[in-house]
Design a protein around this ligand. Structure first.
Ligand code: GLN
Length: 190
C-alpha cells in the first residue's frame, strides 16, 4: 500500500506524519513526474483551495490528477481537499475536480467560529477528535454518497465509492482512525 499526498500547498506534512504512524508507505506529489510511480491512493490536504487550484494548473498537475480521480482511483480530501473534490460549491462559482456528488459550503462557520475543536461519532469508528479551521461543511449529498459524520446538524464527513471527504482535519490530531478508514477503504475492508 502506497499513498501519494498532494503537496503543492497546505498541511501535507501532517498527513505524511499520520500515514507514517500507521506504517503506510507514502510520498509527496509536487509535480507531474511524481505520478509516474505505482501507488494506491491520493490525499488532498487542507490549505487554501483557490491557491491549490491555481497551482495545479501552473504545474500541469490538474489534468493527470483529474484523469486519475475520474478513473475511480481512491481519494481522500480534508477541508480544502474536500472543496477540491466537491461537485458543487454553494457559495462559490469555482469548481475543481468535481468528482464527488455533494454540495459544499466554503468557510461555512463564519468568522466567529473560524476555528474550533470537537468530538463526534464517525461511521464505524466511534468518537473521533475533529479540528475545524475556516472549514467548509457539506450542504447536500447525492447519489450513492454516504454520510459518515455530522456536527451540530451539519454533514462533516462523507464517502462516495472510492472517495472520502472530511470538513475537519484528522491529520492535526493524534488520532489515526480516519486515515485507517481510508486505508481500509482502499483494501476494501469497509
Ligand atoms: N477555507 C479554506 C478554503 O476555502 C479551507 C480551510 C482549510 O483547509 N483549513 O480553501
Amino acid at each position: 500500500m502506497k499513498i501519494g499526498v498532494v503537496a503543492v500547498q497546505g498541511a501535507f506534512i501532517e498527513h505524511q506524519r499520520t500515514l507514517n504512524k500507521l506504517n503506510v508507505e507514502n510520498f509527496l506529489i509536487r509535480q507531474k513526474k511524481d505520478l509516474e510511480q505505482p501507488f494506491d491512493g491520493l490525499i488532498f490536504p487542507g490549505g487554501e483551495s483557490t491557491a491549490m487550484g491555481k497551482l495545479f494548473t501552473e504545474l500541469d498537475l490538474f489534468e493527470p490528477l483529474d484523469k486519475l480521480i475520474k478513473s475511480g482511483f481512491p481519494v481522500f480530501g480534508t477541508c480544502a481537499g474536500l472543496i477540491l473534490i466537491a461537485e458543487k460549491l454553494s457559495n462559490d462559482d469555482k469548481k475543481y475536480f468535481a468528482s464527488m456528488p455533494i454540495t459544499v459550503k466554503r468557510n461555512a462557520y463564519g468568522r466567529q467560529l473560524g476555528s474550533f475543536e470537537t468530538k463526534s461519532a464517525f461511521a464505524d469508528i466511534g468518537e473521533v477528535p475533529m479540528v475545524f479551521i475556516r472549514a467548509p461543511y457539506i450542504d447536500e449529498v447525492r447519489g450513492d454518497t454516504k454520510i459518515l459524520a455530522t456536527v451540530d446538524g451539519h454533514i462533516v464527513a462523507a464517502r462516495y465509492h472510492n472517495q472520502l471527504g472530511t470538513a475537519f482535519h484528522p491529520e492535526l490530531t493524534d488520532d489515526v482512525s480516519v486515515h485507517k478508514y481510508f486505508i481500509d477503504m482502499i483494501a476494501k475492508k469497509v
